[in-house]
Design a binder for this molecule. Structure first.
Ligand code: SF4
Length: 491
């Protein structure tokens, strides 16, 4: 009997691509494939990104390596999908004729059939659609994590930021019905997940398609009523469409985490205008003030682009001013790079690389200082971290694990000798003893055993790893947050 073919998915780019890769894996498994090891799988799928300048180099570099592998294993197949495939179409097969299948962002569900056709006909397949075939969320999913799940609420974007290729590659915004989103959230929670991240290119305009401008805040409140769902996060919001009903929903829904990722992109109103970002710095700062008033201690992060065409030293000084005033917990900082196919790519006054680099270095230095100060203020506080990296078995010898606090901060915590070891998904109450710009540290000062709250997610992890040898540890009662630990209120 022929063994099932194996596959691996390599993901480049954003969380939306991570979500989509889980759907590609799920579709292949539904077609009889099984997950394989990197480097030995029968089918290698590359889910590409088109945003960053070196996105092309990354793809063609990877395809170069795979060419060698394929020469050694002729039956192996290579498939390329995602945003760069949607943009470059046949160019990929022209430059890498050993690629068997090229598919786009609108027809991910076709991958198994395209692989079959390529194999059957002995001929490379190219299928790119200009509009959505099916909502990726309707495809089967092979989730990477037992405790956390990505749930997309919309695809595409109606904005036209001049540096961004997404609308051209993912199309206009299409919204999933709230009932479908909530059904998926309930399904992943029933499967053991206790954390969900709601995904959209611009979650604040969710509902425009079905005429309900308050649909996103209603969705947040509705997730608050799902039993067993402890943590809700979302990305990406847009300052232009960010309304107070969302802030109220965040503040009044206990399982919505005190965390917000709000892309600023530039602090200069003149540059925001050139980026076609329809808000100005005053509005941006106003939103942050209202969020902090309603949710004290909320961790706010952002995206900033340095060196947009025409950016003057005065414009950049505005970016530094707004970043200083915003006190972000962290920031993704980017050097502007030409993205073929975007309006900004042909704008005059493209800046010299060294000018962009010098400004970038100043911005990073400023944000590193702020991140360090914001984290230092948490030393001495007690927080609840959901254990993530490092399963209890593999690195028995290490006495360190990592987790995520409610506000999304990364925490490395020590496991005192003799203490139980939390499973990924379990909650741990720890006291912050040290800090760094990008993480917190909780060393065990007393040697007391870790205070662990076993969760359904921990049980799900144990079932996934130990199968029939697994035990359910959480008491079945859905602990309503840290109070079940009998601890003082934590962040
Ligand atoms: S909001 Fe702007 S940056 Fe974000 S996906 Fe849409 S066009 Fe791109």
């Amino acid at each position: 009997m022929e063994l099932p073919r194996t596959y691996e998915v390599r993901t480049f780019g954003c969380q939306m691509n991570v979500h989509d890769s889980e759907r590609l894996g799920g579709s292949l498994e539904a077609a009889g494939f099984v997950r394989g090891e990197q480097g030995s799988a029968d089918v290698v799928v590359i889910n590409t990104c088109a945003v960053r300048e070196n996105a092309d180099n990354k793809l063609y570099g990877t395809l170069g390596h795979l060419a060698q592998l394929k020469r050694e294993r002729p039956g192996m197949q290579i498939a390329v999908g995602g945003c760069l495939a949607q943009k470059d179409k046949h160019t990929i097969q022209d430059r890498a004729p050993w690629v068997d299948v090229v598919f786009g962002t609108h027809n991910m569900g076709s991958l198994p059939a395209l692989l079959d056709r390529a194999r059957h006909n002995g001929e490379a397949q190219l299928e790119i659609l200009e509009s959505l075939e099916v909502f990726p969320s309707t495809l089967p999913s092979r989730r990477e994590s037992t405790h956390s799940a990505w749930v997309s609420i919309s695809v595409g974007c109606n904005n036209t930021c001049t540096f961004c290729i997404v609308p051209a590659l993912r199309g206009k915004e299409r919204d999933r019905r709230p009932g479908d989103v909530l059904a998926e959230v309930e399904a992943v929670v029933a499967d053991g997940a206790i954390e969900v991240t709601l995904l959209g290119q611009n979650v604040n305009s969710y509902g425009v398609e079905f005429g309900d401008r308050r649909a996103f805040s209603k969705l947040l409140r509705a997730t608050g009523r799902i039993d067993g769902l402890e943590r809700v996060r979302f990305t990406s919001p847009h300052p232009a469409a960010f309304t107070d009903d969302v802030i109220e929903a965040m503040a009044e829904t206990p399982n919505v985490m005190p965390q917000l990722h709000m892309p600023l992109q530039s602090g200069s109103d003149r540059v925001l205008k050139a980026m076609r970002r329809s808000y100005r710095s005053e509005r941006f700062l106003g939103i942050l003030d209202r969020v902090r008033a309603a949710i004290p201690g909320a961790a706010i992060s952002t995206d900033v682009i340095v060196g947009f065409p025409g950016e003057t030293e005065e414009d950049f000084a505005e970016t530094l001013r707004v970043v200083e005033a915003s006190r972000f917990a962290s920031a993704f900082t980017f050097q502007y790079s030409i993205r073929p196919g975007t309006p900004a790519a042909t704008m005059p006054e493209q800046l010299p690389k060294e000018v962009v680099q010098e400004r970038y270095d100043r911005l990073v230095e400023l944000q590193e200082r702020i991140s360090a100060e914001e984290n230092a203020a948490l030393v001495g506080s007690t927080l609840e971290a959901m254990a993530t990296e490092g399963d209890g078995r593999k690195n028995e010898e290490t006495r360190r694990m990592s987790g995520r606090a409610r506000d999304g901060r990364l925490v490395h915590f020590e496991i005192p000798p003799g203490s139980d070891r939390p499973r990924p998904g379990d909650m741990v109450a720890v006291e912050v003893t040290q800090s760094a710009p990008h993480h917190l540290i909780a060393d065990s000062m007393t040697g007391e055993p870790l205070r662990i709250r076993a969760t359904r997610a921990g049980d799900a992890w144990e079932r996934a790893v130990l199968g029939e040898h697994a035990h359910d540890h959480h008491d079945g009662a859905v602990a309503a947050g840290p109070v079940s630990l009998g601890l003082p209120s934590v962040r």
